[in-house]
Design a protein around this ligand. Structure first.
Ligand code: LCS
Length: 394
């Protein structure tokens, strides 16, 4: 039995999803099995007809995976969730479930590069058309709706420029036109932002990032608001595969126990580093939602509990300066991905967002002089010292 009902989120992080298991372990066992025995032939047939609940085959469900899925669903205040093999597998599941030939999607122009490419280069082959807009601009979103618009998809804050989108207002707008709102909540985690409570229909995560938090798995999840939607999505997930495996689910569930304290430290460190960068003579501009200079600071403070662990900044010296900083920083590691306990630095234009066309990249504000930081939980003095070693060369 889940013991976390009615508790605060830090308690939920520790207890959510955990059931009673044989021998009484306090953490869910890793059911590393592809398949489950039926009691007899009639039992197997009843499970397949859906007349009785039971595990059948791990692509369709597994107790270790379900424990983690229930934990994330509870933290996001959804009904149920589906663990996926990666964040991109979660994005794919959403669009396979929600769109058909001839449909239209509105997507923020500030999302992870491969999400843009998935929509513009892959889903378009199945005659699902996407309009990319600045979703922080409500007028732009409003004027992009068509009679066949089925989905509005965005990250908030967006990767990598940290532009913030009003979840509540966009949800009202989309619902009045019969479209669903899907929020990629990877940058915030349910500790800082709960899109379903603000009116969104579906949440996706790359759990590779903050939810797991330790840079040792690639996984994703789709959180559904209603059981009916979950059942509809589960049927599609059973067909497309691309599900998480029990060991990775175990690791993510373990990571979630410390999610609240990790997010607090990510936010605290990131705000201090954003302020340091803002004062730095070699830095042109800093993008961090909880800085008063961020254009969406007010909305960010209303909609989220913290600025998160990601900062982007523009160097006065452009691309050459970015390379000097990346090649000379200490403590920080030059690598893509984000949301782990270790601090990382990378260059969106040539790395995470390089699959986008130059036109879409510049439209999203991803210039050659932009550097992205994923601020970890190390001591902030060491992080600032490490950055300064690189910035000296900018
Ligand atoms: N959504 C967001 C917001 C992401 O940042 C990423 C990956 C994905 C979805 C896809 O998740 P994955 O399939 O990798 O689990 N973002 C990355 C990034 O910024 N650097 O490397 C990966």
């Amino acid at each position: 039995m889940d013991t976390s009902d009615g508790m605060k989120i830090g308690t939920k992080c520790v207890h959510s999803g955990i059931k009673e298991y044989e021998f009484g372990p306090v953490v869910p066992p890793i059911y590393q099995t592809s398949t489950f025995k039926f009691k007899d032939a009639d039992h197997g047939a009843r499970l397949f007809r859906g007349e009785e609940f039971g595990y059948i085959y791990t692509r369709m469900g597994n107790p270790t995976i379900e424990a983690m899925e229930d934990a994330v669903a509870e933290l996001e205040q959804g009904a149920k969730a589906i663990g996926c093999a990666s964040g991109m597998a979660a994005v794919n599941l959403v669009f396979l479930a929600l769109t058909s030939q001839g449909d239209h999607v509105i997507c923020s122009n500030t999302v992870y590069g491969p999400t843009t490419s998935y929509l513009s280069q892959l889903l378009s082959r199945f005659r699902v058309e996407t309009t990319f807009v600045d979703t922080s601009n409500l007028d732009e979103v409003e004027s992009s709706f068509r009679s066949n618009t089925k989905v509005v998809f965005f990250e908030t804050p967006g990767n990598p420029t940290l532009s913030v989108t009003d979840i509540q207002k966009i949800s009202e707008m989309a619902h009045s036109r019969g479209a669903k709102v899907v929020v990629d909540n990877t940058f915030m985690s349910p500790i800082l932002q709960q899109p379903l409570v603000l009116g969104a229909d579906i949440v996706v995560h790359s759990m590779t990032k903050f939810l797991n938090g330790h840079a040792d798995v690639v996984t994703g999840i789709v959180v559904l608001k209603t059981l009916e939607e979950y059942q509809q999505f589960r049927k599609i997930s059973n067909l497309v595969g691309g599900v998480i495996d029990p060991f990775n689910a175990f690791l993510v569930h373990r990571g979630i126990k410390t999610l609240e304290i990790r997010m607090q430290k990510h936010c605290e460190n990131a705000l201090a580093i954003a302020k340091y960068l803002e004062r730095h003579p070699k830095v042109e501009r800093v993008w961090y939602p909880f800085l008063p200079s961020h254009p969406h600071n007010e909305l960010s403070k209303k909609q989220t509990k913290g600025g998160g662990g990601i900062i982007s900044f523009e160097l006065k010296g452009g691309l050459e300066s970015c390379k000097m900083v990346m090649n000379n920083v200490r403590v920080w590691q030059l690598a893509v991905s984000l949301g782990g306990v270790e601090s990382l630095i990378q260059h969106p234009a040539s790395m995470t967002h390089s699959s986008m066309s130059k036109e879409l990249r510049l439209q999203a504000g991803i210039t050659d002089g932009l550097v992205r930081l994923s601020v970890g939980i190390e001591d902030v003095d060491d992080l600032i010292w490490g950055l300064e070693q690189g910035l000296k060369f900018a």
